[in-house]
Structure formats: C-alpha cells, structure tokens
Design a protein around this ligand. Sequence first.
Ligand SMILES: [Mg+2]
Length: 333
Amino acid sequence: MYHVWRVLCLKIVNEFNLIDHITRDFPLFQSNIVKGIGDDCAVWREGDQLRVLTTDSMVEGDHFLKDWFTPEQIGHRFLMSNVSDVASMGATPTFLYISLVLDDATDSEWVARLYAGMRPICQKHHISLMGGNITHGQTLSLTATLLGESPNKVVYRGGASVGDIVMVTGDVGSACVARLLLKNGKQPPDELFERLARPTARVAEGVFLKDFASSMIDISDGVASEARHLAMSSQCGVTINADTIPLHPASIAYEGLLSASLIECALRGGEDYELMFTVSEVNSERLQSEWPFETPLTAIGTMTLTQEYYLIQSGQTIPLPRGFDHLSENINL
Ligand SMILES: [Mg+2]
C-alpha cells in the first residue's frame, strides 16, 4: 500500500504541493494557535510561553543504511534532525515522543543502541522522553515528535524584508560529500563523516539569533531549498552568492572527484542542520560584534524585491537550483 501511495505521489505532486493539497480543509479551532502548518514547527501560546511542536521521520533505505552507521549514530542523526527544527524557531526542546516501526531484521539490542545514541542529546538539552509507540512492519522507520518552548518570541520563515542579508552558521555541504563518498564505497575522512553521522543542531545559537534574525530555518534539504523557503514565506526574492558559501576545509580536496561539485552539495545535498537566517544590515553589524559563539557566521546572499531566485556563480547570474525534495526523483545526491 505504501509503495502504491508513493508512486502516486511521485506522479502528481512534489512534497510541498502534496502538503498543501491534503491539509486544505482542516481549519484551526483553538484561538491560542499562532502558527499552524508551514514553518519548521507549529506554534501556540500558553500563558506567557510560546510552545513549538515538530515531527520528523527517517526510513531505512531512504534516510540511512545500517551498513553506513552504528545504531547509536542513527539515533543521534534522527533526534538531531528534530532538535534542529526546534532550534530554527529560536526555541529550546522539552518533551519527546518516539515511534518505531521495526522490521524482522531489527532486534532489541539494535533498538537499545539506537536509544543510547539519543540519550546524550536528551541529557545535554534536558529533553524528557515522555512516551511513544513500537510496532512491526516491512521497513524499519523512526519517527520523533518533539516539543519546545520559548519565553517571549520565536522566529518564523516569513519575516524577512527586501535588503535583508542571508546568513548561515557553520559550513554546509560536507554531509553530502560524506554521503557521496560512502555511495562510492569509500570511507570519508573522520571530520566529514562526523558531519553526516553526528550533526550538531545549533540550539544555543538559535536562541541568541532570536533577537536579531528577521526569519530563520534550519538547513535540512540544502541551501537552495531553504533560501527559497525563506524568500517565498516572506514574499521576497533571493540572490545567493555561491562564491561565499562556507565549505568545510576537509571537503575541498574532493572537488572534481564526486558526481556533484562542492557547491552543488551545499545547495542541494542537505542534512547539514546549520541555521540559515536573514538579518537587516543594521542588525548584522550588531550581531557580528556581539556573537558569543565559536560557530562562524557567513553572509551568503540578499533578499530582493521581485519574487525570483538567483545564484551568482563565477560572475554569472543563473536560476537558483531547487533543493532536495523528498518525493521527487529528479536528483541523486
Ligand atoms: Mg526544518
């Protein structure tokens, strides 16, 4: 049944068209809802707190292979992808639900090690595991539902203004470089493999950015996809300068040796779990002088007036590629 549904999806829609289509006739009933579908988290108000809620799934074969990662690494990546969505709102994570579909090849020891991979993240961020569900199925799949909170405000995708600077934390593309190396049967160097197997969500950075950023998103599907999301949600255009996109130094040696360039990896590879945000020129100067973290900040583009999406690369202006679409087969990164 799943396969029939998936083939149907691939024929008629991409991921975001599908979400629009199936959620159209579901009104929001509670008056304390601030944001429903359409951001990294849903948001509602409880007293003087804003609560945020996200969910994300990983499926064996699509999102991970047991041959590539230890169960602990799979648990880490899986939970961190959810923590990153909470971080992108400028919120901190609180309550966690885990639901598993276990196939015949997955035993209880593997599941125990999966949870062992999540435990340090729960301890570090004071996330409480509150429940979940375990069932049996044809394909191993993991789903987390994560709540978070913020005492005063959160940052949405849709708050950018024309002229705002697009910035990213850290560097991007190295998870994709590591993935391409693994696909070619080569073991990536440790520092690149770490980015793929044990990414770090920027929780403290996200909380700090709340007072500076006009819009924010986490980079799960690639720079191009996330920049489009910020621009579209803010009714702006965006121009990204490829020459300024920060790459991991260890990835540079692989330029020309993979099926995608390093910039393509950054634009369309995803799974970096860095933050992309916009900031006004005035706030940008204040942010860079007050930034207390070792995590680098890099300006990579500008929000523009007309709702068009461009990439400047080696002096040429070309359409910004599309990022990773989970229901599309048009890229193979
Ligand atoms: Mg996200």
